[in-house]
Design a protein around this ligand. Sequence first.
Ligand code: SF4
Ligand code: SF4
Length: 468
Amino acid sequence: MASNYRDRIATVDESGGRVWVYPKFINGVFLKRRQVVSYLLIAFLFAGPWIRIGSEPLLQLDVIHRKFVILGQVFWPQDSFLFALSMVTAVVLIIVFTVVFGRLFCGWVCPQTVFLEFIFRPIERLIEGDRNARIRLDKGPWNAEKIRKKALKWVIYFGISFAIGNTFLAYIIGRDELIRIQTDPPGEHIGGLLALLGFTAVFFFVFARLREQVCTTICPYGRLQGVLVDRDTVNVTYDYVRGEPRGHRKRNASEEELAKQGDCVDCGLCVQVCPTGIDIRNGVQLECVHCTACIDACDSIMEQLAMPGGLIRYASENSIAEKKPFALTGRAKAYIGVLVALTLVLLGLIFFRSSIEMNVYRTSGTLYEVDDQGVISNLYRFTLLNKSHDTLHVQLAPDDARFSLELVGSTDLVVPAAEMVEGVFFLRTPLDGLSEDRAKFRIVLRDDDRVIASTKTEFPGPIPGMKH
Ligand code: SF4
Ligand code: SF4
């Protein structure tokens, strides 16, 4: 057992330098399950920008135009409370999951782990070999073989990083804009091309060099573990009750000697396969990303020794120390309650959200005008934001029969799906019909005869009784 595991993380040496991890490949039941999940996720991630729900993408986080689309639902800056509530709900969901299952998300779903373990590392193994061959290659001189292998690996890494960079950009600017960047002359999209190269460089650096450091030192979610997990959280855990005292098994050990020994034969395979370089036998550690490689490794050793598997398994501290069966704690139940409440509120708000948002305000710096026929008029600006998937043909009108509304520039009001239109209109009324100096009424927006939005407005005029 390394005695310094509480002093520093496994990938940092005494002088603060990086200790490069060479995880050994291990096959097993969990690897096969994670392969299925990971390749499905990767396919989904690359397909995401091309999937549309109605006329909108599945997911688009267009921070440039402040337009966010989640599951085909468009969120504008005017919906920022809904977006914020979605984010809070997502955070609570992750907290619930973490309280109950630890870093399960990291090992099975996080794009960092999924891409590193199921795309980049297999390519590295294919070109440079498994753990021992890679250690030999890295320690060896820069001869022709090493240059050829490293160059080939980095060129492939760059190509995949470029593909990820394209996809990442498509989630921000949308597939159509990405296609324009890819197909138009480069001079027309310098900014877009620089963004593309920037993302590619970041992904290349993350997967070629940073690797597990993202999970062990950078990712804020990883740092949250210390406050979220407790003795009832299900983690990848070493069963020390069964495994200790550990030790190699002598060939001709007696029954009595074997009975005194735990099931861990101290083969070290669980440490060699760990992509974060830790020894899970030291207990639950922040660096563990739940990749399950140590479970597969230990199960393979147990199988060779004809002993039951599961010496390392998904289990809580309490289930190992006190043999308690899995049960939701009060804390987990409380978090689940909060999550359910937030989800219901969020769904309700989305479901009852108006499909169009209207804003009307008097044009600043203008005064009412009275013409020769004694008709008084005021000028207004308006914005209409269509949050639906359909183009809307709408009409604006005051709900007070004394007033008439005249659009400036056009008579037809067409608001395309997921777009905003702006315009100007006059409100008019005969001066002698006005009995107050600030008439208050509503501007109503109709789609055919159906009222779909309305907003209050004021119509300033002369003080009644005053001669104009
Ligand atoms: S301890 Fe096991 S599950 Fe955790 S990161 Fe290492 S190999 Fe993966
Ligand atoms: S793989 Fe299993 S038997 Fe080998 S050292 Fe790890 S816990 Fe012990």
